[in-house]
Design a protein around this ligand. Structure first.
Ligand SMILES: [Zn+2]
Length: 202
């Protein structure tokens, strides 16, 4: 049985990861130390890890493609999992998904790149969970900036975060959280310069 995470701050190296187990009422703050860096995260309920965070049901509840301060993050069974209690930036990708060697291969023709999926699988293994059960709807990409064009195109553009911008999530249930400091360097999602992120558990 994995231990509950203790309060404290961890600085994630570029391309680093962090696995957490948090109780309802705890707060999780992600700080973009240098700015323009994305953090992908997934979550599941501790009571039943097959009940996962759902980007789709979170969008359905708010009627927004974006995650913003005051919004609730829901599971795929519409259980409230977290609430955004502070947000300096206001731009977070909720189209679902994470970068991976598979998506990099079809988009950029590169093989065997390290992606958020590798990090998130490592997080799930560390927590004693089944990494094959991670799915793209389970992921929200904090600070990731996707432009939705009127003709239907989605374009990844550079984040607008400034150094020190943060988002704070309050847990509304006991949850597992996997964090990936996004390693993607083939598109502008990290402004072509991957940097450190700080994660604080309170
Ligand atoms: Zn990524």
């Amino acid at each position: 049985m994995t231990d509950w995470s203790l309060p404290g701050t961890t600085v994630l190296d570029p391309k680093g990861r962090l696995a957490l187990k948090l109780r309802a009422g705890q707060r999780l703050t992600i700080v973009d130390i240098k700015g323009q860096q994305v953090m992908d995260f997934i979550a599941s309920m501790t009571e039943n890890p097959d009940e996962r965070l759902s980007a789709m049901f979170t969008r359905v509840s708010s009627g927004m493609w974006n995650l913003q301060q005051g919004y609730t993050i829901y599971s795929d069974r519409c259980t409230p999992m977290m609430k955004v209690v502070h947000d300096d930036n206001g731009i977070h990708n909720m189209t679902g998904g994470y970068c991976s060697k598979y998506s990099n291969a079809i988009r950029y023709g590169v093989e065997e790149t390290w992606g958020c999926l590798d990090n998130l699988e490592g997080d799930w293994q560390e927590l004693g969970l089944d990494p094959t059960k991670i799915n793209p709807d389970q992921c929200i990409s904090l600070f990731m900036n996707i432009r939705h064009h009127p003709d239907g195109r989605m374009e990844i553009v550079e984040p607008t975060t400034k150094p020190g911008d943060r988002i704070t999530l309050e847990m509304l249930a006991d949850v597992y959280v996997g964090l990936s400091n996004c390693p993607e360097e083939h598109n502008p999602c990290n402004a072509f310069n991957v940097t450190e992120m700080a994660v604080t558990v309170e």
